[in-house]
Design a protein around this ligand. Structure first.
Ligand code: GDP
Ligand code: MG
Length: 438
């Protein structure tokens, strides 16, 4: 999607005034890009109409940089389509309170229950995991194992108890043992059926949950959207958690759910591990879709994975525009520790523009090469790469077992990152580099 959109805009760039025909042509490509990304067609239609109306307005036609204006409008409308603001969990009111997870079999409910428990625990809450999927004995075991790995208690049903009964008893138990949030993992089905919906309604009645969250597999695209609609009509959901997002390069479900159902996406699941849960933030997703990298996500991920102090240092450096090659190397080292590389790569500003991003694969050869290059520099060179002349570059290439081209590429990417960081800092989102050469 990112690539297609960039293509659509590249033709607008470098032009002075835009005609209505120019805008129409670009928007036709935007429309196709969105449809190809499996975004709901009505959402696409609305989206394009909104962008067009604004693009034909005075703000664009009379501006000196109309292409940038159009992209800015697309950016803003993407955010709007995604729901404007992050939509945090509603955890107000007397405790214990309940969060019920619903969804089809295999969508990731049990895993997400544990991810949420971890998330809440790290925020000082006392979550209680409740296994209300009695149809697959393995499901209870699965949740127990996950609970154990988090050091959190799991409510285990007795044979013969029905899911609504389990949910009710679990709330009593939560109260008695001082747990403040019960996360109730329910059974899924292969398809939506009446019996499942009745069961979910009874669980809802038994626990008066603050949140009923649909867990849906992002890779199923529009099916996930239809699922959200169906579950909402039957039981009433308060939000959606889209799982397996790391496998969905297209983003169709994420872009459609809010607009089609009116329900916010609250979290994204981005992997099988329990830390692979992200707060859904529309502006960040819009940035990613437009290929602008995502410093905030990187920092958040950094905070989750590396030690707090390092992450704060990085944040501070970004703020002071003092991001050096040494920091980049630090980042690379941390990232190498963090697991699936290609997923994280796209979060580094500027990285999404590197041509061979996809070919990097999980072995992270490119990263190791970058690290080796930085290692072969003197501390002085790392802090001030401008002093690198041809002979120094040759020495570095030899020392790191790479070529001068590799060294130059690293320096170029690094310069791009710095440029991007500078603009973000100066102007906030408005200053993000839409223009050529970024
Ligand atoms: P449930 O049937 O809805 O409870 O689904 P499970 O929680 O058992 O998950 C089904 C499969 O999806 C498991 O293999 C999980 O590891 C996997 N899974 C869950 N969430 C994610 C995710 O965000 N990314 C990826 N790649 N796999 C996930
Ligand atoms: Mg399950």
């Amino acid at each position: 999607l990112t690539e297609r959109l960039n293509q659509a805009f590249s033709r607008l760039k470098g032009r002075g005034k835009l005609s209505e025909a120019d805008i129409d042509r670009a928007l036709r490509e935007v429309r196709l890009a969105l449809l190809e990304a499996d975004v709901n067609y009505r959402v696409v239609k609305d989206f394009v109409a909104r962008v067009k109306e604004r693009a034909l307005g005075q703000e664009v036609m009379e501006s000196l940089t109309p292409a940038q204006q159009v992209i800015k409008i697309v950016h803003e409308e993407l955010i709007r389509t995604l729901g404007d603001k992050a939509s945090p969990l509603d955890l107000s009111g007397p405790t214990p309170l309940a969060i019920v997870l619903v969804g089809l079999q295999g969508s990731g409910k049990t895993t997400t229950a544990a991810k949420l428990a971890r998330f809440l625990k790290r925020r000082g809450r006392n979550p209680y995991l409740v296994a209300a999927d009695i149809y697959r004995p393995a499901a209870i075991e699965q949740l127990k194992t996950l609970g154990q790995s988090l050091g959190l208690p799991v409510f285990e049903p007795q044979p013969g108890q029905s899911p609504p009964e389990i949910a009710r008893l679990a709330m009593v138990q939560a109260k008695a043992t001082g747990r403040d949030i019960a996360i109730i993992d329910t059974a899924g089905r292969l398809h939506i059926d009446e019996a499942l919906m009745e069961e979910l309604k009874a669980i809802k009645e038994a626990t008066s949950p603050k949140e009923i969250l649909l867990v849906a597999d992002a890779m199923t695209g529009q099916d996930a959207v239809n699922m959200a609609k169906a579950f909402d009509e039957a039981v009433g959901i308060t939000g959606v958690i889209l799982t397996k997002m790391e496998g969905d390069a297209r983003g169709g479900a994420a872009l459609s759910i809010r607009a089609v159902t009116g329900k916010p996406i609250k979290f994204l699941g981005t992997g099988e591990k329990l830390e692979a849960l992200e707060i859904f933030a529309p502006d960040r997703i819009a940035n990613r879709i437009l290929g602008m990298g995502d410093i905030l996500s990187l920092i958040e991920k950094a905070q989750e994975t590396f030690d707090q102090k390092k992450a704060l240092e990085l944040q501070e450096k970004l703020r002071r525009e003092a991001f050096t090659l040494e920091d980049l190397r630090d980042q690379i080292r941390q990232i190498k520790k963090m697991g699936p590389l290609n997923q994280l790569l796209s979060l580094i500003p500027g990285m999404s523009k590197i041509k061979n991003l996809d070919s990097l694969g999980v072995d992270g050869k490119e990263f190791s090469r970058m690290e080796a290059i930085i290692n072969s520099m003197t501390p002085e060179e790392r802090r001030n790469p401008r002093i690198l002349n041809a002979s120094r570059k040759r020495r570095i290439a030899r020392g790191s077992g790479t070529s001068v081209q590799d060294v130059n590429r690293l320096l170029k990417n690094f310069a791009q990152m710095q440029k991007m960081l500078k603009r973000v800092k100066k102007k906030g989102l408005r200053g993000l580099p839409f223009g050529p050469g970024t």
